[in-house]
Ligand binder design. Structure first.
Ligand code: FAD
Length: 411
């Protein structure tokens, strides 16, 4: 292989997960003729992206996420047209179940948020819920909020849709190329050193998922996020799990579930979520041992809470266990933007387990910022400086981020 040591591009993106691919898509769409190179050391979408449960959540209590997710839905339609293929988004709706005073109050305010975004949302009676979702136990005094537009998808397919469209629009996507460090001149990022030589660029974007803090620390930046494990299970098939039944969010059990081809996919928040230093994660995520017992210990610790809503859980076989790392933050807001103190460096990181749903907005935001245009979204709450100076490798920081996931009640 010829090593090219003086290659130039307008933009280099480090990491070919859904964020990197979405940025390459929007940048090429909005800036024809400009050169963007995306570098992925494995294969695109191999890490968190292909492991996601892929709820494409539209309406959340954290309102800043909503326009980003709505853009994802819009761009899916655009890419389907461009590729003349369907992504087969499963529009089954979501049912939020509220079984306590505090979650009923939360649901009422979520339904109001839906209304402000003109999103259809209705309360359902228990018997109607039962007909739609046979596995779910209901009680008349609980409240059920249904939002019919909520969907899920195949996350790998969505990530590769972004990559394929980006390529058609002129992006260079190089797999099997590792970025070893960011090249700096004083406080300006001028490119990257890779396993294939140096590439100089007008802008460098860190979109390296759980590994991002490692690259950032080499240029003196403590990126405020930590890799925290998410895990879910897929049950055996049963008539209890119709393929078109809604996604279910159970804040009182800190759990969520959705249909998966006649089975049920469900996830829980552990009493204490697991995090690790970004420096400890192997390059190939499949070499990381997430759990010796396939998460069954964590599940056993909270199963009573889940069984209140899903009594058959004790009698239902588990067929698959999936785990991966998302970049969590102490306040469960995204952590991304222009890197402070370094010119021409951007970080599309800290996805807080929502990266599939917000990918459209994130891709568009970075494409615009890199091109020197205003960010069309409000990123104030995602600001990289909001926690002050932090050490992303310290146990205290990792614990704080893990705790944020343990306390999460939404989907
Ligand atoms: C179990 C689980 C369930 C989830 N469920 C949902 C859900 O329901 N809804 C939702 O919206 N989100 C969900 N998520 C979160 C979602 O998967 C992530 O937010 C999203 O995939 C993050 O994308 P990314 O591009 O930031 O990271 P990744 O997909 O991890 O991509 C980062 C890429 O960077 C590459 N890389 C790293 N370092 C280098 C380097 N030095 N040089 C070159 N390449 C490098 C890696 O190989 C990797 O491919 C879930 C995540 C998990 C783990």
């Amino acid at each position: 292989m010829v090593i090219n040591t003086s290659e130039k591009a307008d933009v280099v993106v480090i990491g070919g997960g859904i964020f990197g691919c979405a940025i390459a898509y929007y940048y090429t769409r909005n800036n024809p003729g400009k050169k963007i190179i995306l570098l992925e050391r494995n294969e695109i979408c191999n890490a968190a992206t292909s492991h996601a449960a892929a709820l494409l959540t539209r309406i959340r209590a954290k309102k800043d996420f909503i326009p980003l997710s709505l853009e994802t839905y819009r761009v899916i339609a655009e890419m389907e047209k461009q590729l003349n293929e369907t992504l087969d988004v499963k529009r089954v709706g979501v049912l939020h179940v509220a079984a306590s005073e505090s979650t009923i109050a939360d649901l009422d305010s979520l339904m109001k948020i839906a209304a402000t975004f003109s999103e259809p949302a209705t309360y359902l009676q228990a018997e109607k819920v039962q007909a739609k979702i046979p596995w779910l136990k209901t009680q008349d005094e609980w409240k059920f909020g249904f939002m019919p537009q909520e969907s899920y998808c195949d996350p790998y397919l969505l990530g590769t849709f972004f990559a394929r469209c980006a390529k058609l629009q002129g992006a260079e996507i190089r797999q099997g190329v590792e970025v070893t460090n960011i090249l700096m001149e004083d406080n300006i990022a001028v490119g990257v050193a890779t396993s294939d030589g140096n590439i100089y660029a007008g802008a460098v974007v860190i979109a390296a998922g759980a590994w991002s803090p490692v690259l950032a620390m080499e240029v003196g930046i403590g990126l405020p996020m930590a890799p925290v494990r998410s895990q879910y299970w897929i049950t055996e098939r049963s008539k209890l799990f119709p393929v078109d039944s809604p996604i279910v969010i159970l804040p009182d059990a800190q759990a969520y579930a959705r249909p998966e081809s006649g089975s049920l996919l469900f996830g829980i928040r552990e009493l204490k979520s697991f995090s690790t230093s970004p420096a400890n994660i192997p390059q190939n995520i499949n070499e990381f041992s997430f759990s010796d017992d396939k998460g069954t210990g964590d599940l056993a610790a909270v199963i009573d809470k889940l069984a209140r809503f899903f009594p058959m859980v004790y009698d239902t076989g588990l067929k698959y266990y999936i785990a991966g790392f998302s970049g969590y933050t102490p306040d469960n807001y995204l952590s991304m933007g222009i890197v402070p103190g370094v010119k021409n460096l951007f970080a599309a990181t800290g996805c807080v387990g929502a990266g599939i749903s917000v990918a459209g907005g994130v891709g568009l935001a970075f494409a615009e910022m890199i091109a020197g245009k205003p960010n069309p979204y409000d990123f104030t709450n995602f600001n990289l400086e909001r926690f002050g100076k932090i050490d992303p490798f310290s146990n205290a920081w990792l614990d704080k981020c893990a705790m944020a996931r343990s306390q999460k009640r939404s989907g």
